[in-house]
Design a protein around this ligand. Structure first.
Ligand SMILES: [Zn+2]
Length: 419
């Protein structure tokens, strides 16, 4: 049964059942929907996905939209995501990743790019208001879902400002941004070390602590995906709020600095944080990762590139970045190295065994370039993740947490319980 049908059913509820539901106190929409379906409609495996609250922790929504002039409300044949396909996939909410890639950093275009992607996100949300609305907190997400719409929670990937200017951070908060990755994507900035970058600060420096304190004060989610191990541990230690790792895998499965170590995962979870499992083989399929490591490396953005290149205008950087759009994996993966959702589900289970079912969620990285599992061509195939978790024998309650309730809980913890 579709969620919007559940809403309609509220109007025809027999008094006895309605009293029972009211008696449960302040239920979230999803808890309410779940109770309703189990008391009245006996939910079955096949409708679990459409009844559950589904939220993804990391979807690139503004990169190709900015540089190719696309509209999120239009269905496209390429790429991984647009709103019609997100609706087909049963999504109720998503972290809208506003991304500033590395080529914008050497000429210090990162602040300009950040504001223009956030502004584009806001204008696209206004234009597609019949399908989606901006959420500032968990209550907004529930309220928007009650109307049968999807909710967008803005997250920044890449430096909001390489120096970490707190005024810029506050201005972004006023614009509606509620989640920020501390590192400058894969690069170390003036206040925190990244997973791949130079270990300049041994984690988080004194200014980084001020950024964390300011985000705690504002009620913004602190995202440590792409941070170094020390930076993750120190951020978790100094933050007064739970910290998230929006998308990635586990170092215990794939030995990459972009995958979280068991120690970091445990520390993050012990303070109420949530880890989003990314959908790509690079971080989740050791066989694929080893195969890629054995191949000649494509030309990476090297330090020399940053130091030696001439100054570029932002338009010239746009042209450079546009060549890679859409950010999807373009090579064919030989069958022996191609992962299925069953293998991805085992990564989820590794996380559940490690830190418990309350701290694991999904962060696909759609349109961010992950080599997706066989069964998933784009966001419309999201129900395959529910199916894969059902095949693990997971309970309905555990699947609902991983599909979205854990994100909703941590957003509530951070945005609605300020210092
Ligand atoms: Zn990322």
């Amino acid at each position: 049964m579709k969620r919007r049908d559940l809403i309609k059913c509220l109007t025809i509820l027999p008094i006895a059942e309605f009293s029972l539901l009211k008696y449960q106190g302040n239920l979230s929409f999803d808890e309410f929907g779940s109770l309703l379906s189990t008391t009245l409609f006996k939910s079955t495996d096949s409708d679990l996905h459409s009844n559950a609250f589904v939220m993804d922790g990391h979807i690139h929504m503004m990169s190709r939209q900015l540089l190719q002039g696309l509209d999120i409300g239009v269905r496209y044949a390429d790429g991984h995501v647009d709103l019609p396909r997100a609706k087909d996939g049963g999504l109720d909410a998503m972290f809208f990743s506003c991304y500033t890639p590395e080529p914008y950093y050497p000429d210090r275009h990162e602040v300009k790019n950040t504001f223009r992607v956030v502004e584009l996100a806001l204008s696209q949300l206004e234009k597609n208001n019949h399908l989606i609305e901006l959420a500032y907190n968990a209550s907004d997400i529930v309220r928007i879902n009650r109307k049968g719409k999807m909710a967008a929670f803005l997250d920044l990937e890449g430096g909001f400002d390489l120096d970490g200017d707190l005024n810029i951070l506050r201005a972004l908060y006023r614009s509606g941004l509620r989640s920020v990755q501390l590192t400058a994507h894969n690069e170390t900035n003036a206040f925190i070390d990244s997973c791949y970058g130079e270990k300049r600060w041994g984690g988080l420096n004194a200014h980084g602590r001020k950024v964390v304190a300011e985000m705690n004060k504002l009620g913004m989610l602190i995202n440590v995906a792409h941070a170094s191990d020390d930076a993750i541990l120190q951020t978790v230690e100094v933050s007064s709020q739970p910290v998230i790792y929006s998308h990635g895998g586990f170092r215990g499965i794939v030995n990459s600095p972009r995958c979280i170590t068991d120690d970091c995962a445990k520390a993050l979870a012990s303070k109420g944080g949530v880890i989003g499992i990314q959908f790509g083989s690079s971080f989740n399929n050791p066989k694929y990762a080893q195969w890629v490591a054995s191949k000649p490396k494509p030309e990476a953005i090297s330090k020399a590139f940053f130091k030696e290149r001439k100054t570029l205008t932002i338009e010239e950087v746009d042209q450079m970045v546009s060549k890679d759009l859409p950010f999807v994996h373009k090579e064919v993966i030989p069958d022996e190295y191609w992962m299925g959702t069953d293998q991805l589900a085992k990564v989820i289970d590794y996380g559940v065994q490690l830190v418990g079912e309350d701290h694991i969620a999904l962060g696909s990285d759609f349109d961010g370039g992950p080599p997706l599992p066989r069964e998933i061509k784009d966001v419309s195939d999201y129900p395959q993740m529910t199916k894969a978790m059902q095949n693990l024998g997971y309970s309905e309650s555990r699947i609902r947490k991983i599909l979205g309730l854990n994100w909703l809980r941590v957003i509530k913890d951070v945005t609605e319980k300020k210092n």
